[in-house]
Design a protein around this ligand. Structure first.
Ligand SMILES: [Zn+2]
Length: 468
């Protein structure tokens, strides 16, 4: 059986789960379920990133020991994904001793390979991003992603990783279509431009940040939280039972703010430690909320629970994939979500299924083997999730609604062959749609399948109740 290893970023626990985290996680869930449905052996990893100065500061503010704070917040992410019926196989926490051990081992390998040196670092640092800001990151000398007071001047002695040593090799890898791992194309060209415009070595340790993993050869420094976090993808395969063969990862899914770390620094670290590189990274864009950036200060942050309360678990997942910011930012809002939900799920899909189930009640059905549509499969593999699920509607749902309205089978006698033929065609289409929907809305897909298996039974509930 083929192995397939997919990851989401591990979410920084200084935050609460919002629609940004949700979109990466739902996308990963869809891809994981797709590969499982194809009979592959899937390992789907998600988790929380728990070290660094920002977490320590927040814990202090809340008057909690840092580990106690982490133990309080991390389960909120795990619970959020469980509430959304996300099919992750393991939830990793970077405070797990087994992860910490692997981080030490990788760092030691990089050190032994002569890729580490000590130097002074001075520059502007964003406590929000937990990173030193380069010229291209800065807008008016501040981090554009965080409040201005988060940008501070820092000067300290750190351990540096010889990132520059690996840049020619990374450029070669991504310039070659066979070995390129950066998707979509826009992100590959963005990285290539940045690589060619000059890169500096990066610091991989911190002085005065106690909340972290000690640098193996220097107990006075802790491993920079980003370096520690990236290693989670590999460490999980090393300590979770039976997962060693899953490395290298087939797909790292990420948001665009962490592109550089995942497509350059992570690869250079692995090259230095002589570990195989992940096969593919896919970087999506952001959500805008009603035309504005999502931010706590604007009070427009949408949480996954808010969506579940309104649209149910599977309705939420549908809305997320239909607005998935594959290549560009995607503008969403609660009202537009409501319209989309009512139009696609309550009306087009829900009404079709209940109408056909009622008209064809008692009609015998024949089981045909259904396989994934090749066009759908390509769209899923390219993470064009909006188009993939739009295709299901175009191909099978809208066409069936049209057919019904044109042929008006309800005007014919129940035994009329013309009526039976029209309904048969609709049933086939609905079952194909349900087969494809199993990777997004497994419960609804199952209900539809049950309704049309062997003999048509009436649907005694609304699949997606209309909402006001
Ligand atoms: Zn920042």
């Amino acid at each position: 059986m083929k192995n397939f290893f997919i990851t989401t970023p591990i979410y920084y626990i200084n935050d609460i789960p919002h629609i940004g985290h949700t979109c990466t996680t739902v996308a990963a869930d869809v891809v994981a379920r797709f590969h499982r449905a194809k009979g592959e052996n899937v390992f789907f990893l998600t988790g929380t990133d728990e070290h660094g100065q920002k977490v320590a500061e927040t814990a202090l503010k809340e008057g909690l020991e840092v580990k106690v704070y982490c133990d309080k917040i991390s389960p909120r992410f795990e619970a959020a994904w469980k509430n959304l019926d996300i099919s992750f196989d393991f939830f990793i926490r970077t405070t797990d001793e087994r992860h910490k051990k692997v981080v030490g081992e990788i760092l030691q390998k990089i050190y032994n390979n002569n890729d580490v040196y000590k130097a002074k670092y001075e520059g502007l640092y964003c406590v929000g991003c937990e990173k030193f800001l380069t010229e291209t990151d800065l807008v008016d000398n501040k981090c554009p992603l965080h409040p201005p007071e988060k940008t501070v001047f820092k000067s300290e002695e750190n351990w540096f990783f010889k990132l520059t040593k690996y840049i020619p090799e990374i450029i070669k890898l991504i310039e070659n279509n066979e070995s390129n791992y950066i998707f979509p194309e826009g992100k590959r060209s963005e990285i290539l431009t940045k690589l060619k415009s000059g890169v500096k070595d990066v610091s991989i340790s911190r002085e005065n940040v106690e909340w972290g993993i000690s640098t193996p050869w220097d107990a006075k420094q802790t491993v920079y939280v980003w370096i520690d976090a990236l290693i989670n993808y590999f460490s999980a395969t090393q300590f979770v039972d039976g997962k060693k063969d899953f490395w290298p990862a087939d797909l790292h899914l990420l948001g665009k703010e962490i592109l550089w770390f995942h497509t350059v620094i992570w690869q250079a670290m692995l090259l230095s430690a002589k570990i195989e590189l992940p096969k593919k990274t896919y970087t999506h864009s952001f959500y805008m909320i009603d035309g504005q950036k999502m931010s706590k200060s604007l009070g427009n942050v949408i949480s996954p629970q808010q969506l579940i309360d309104l649209f149910g678990v599977e309705g939420t997942k549908y809305l997320i994939v239909r607005s998935f910011p594959s290549k560009n930012d995607s503008d969403v809002g609660i009202n537009r979500f409501k319209e989309k939900y009512n139009a696609d799920l309550a009306n087009n899909l829900g009404n079709l299924v209940s109408r056909v189930a009622k008209l064809a009640e008692g009609q015998k059905t024949i089981d045909e083997e259904i396989t994934f549509d090749i066009e759908f499969e390509n769209l899923i593999n390219n993470l064009d999730l909006d188009e993939a699920f739009g295709l299901i509607f175009n191909k099978w749902i809208d066409t069936s609604n049209l057919k019904l309205n044109q042929t008006t089978p309800w005007k014919l006698e129940k035994e009329n062959p013309e009526r039976i033929a029209v309904l048969d065609e609709c049933i086939k289409n609905i079952r194909k749609a349900a087969f494809h929907l199993q990777i997004l809305c497994p419960k609804v897909a199952k209900k539809i399948e049950n309704c049309f298996k062997n003999e048509v039974k009436p649907l005694n509930e609304s699949l997606f109740p209309r909402i006001k």
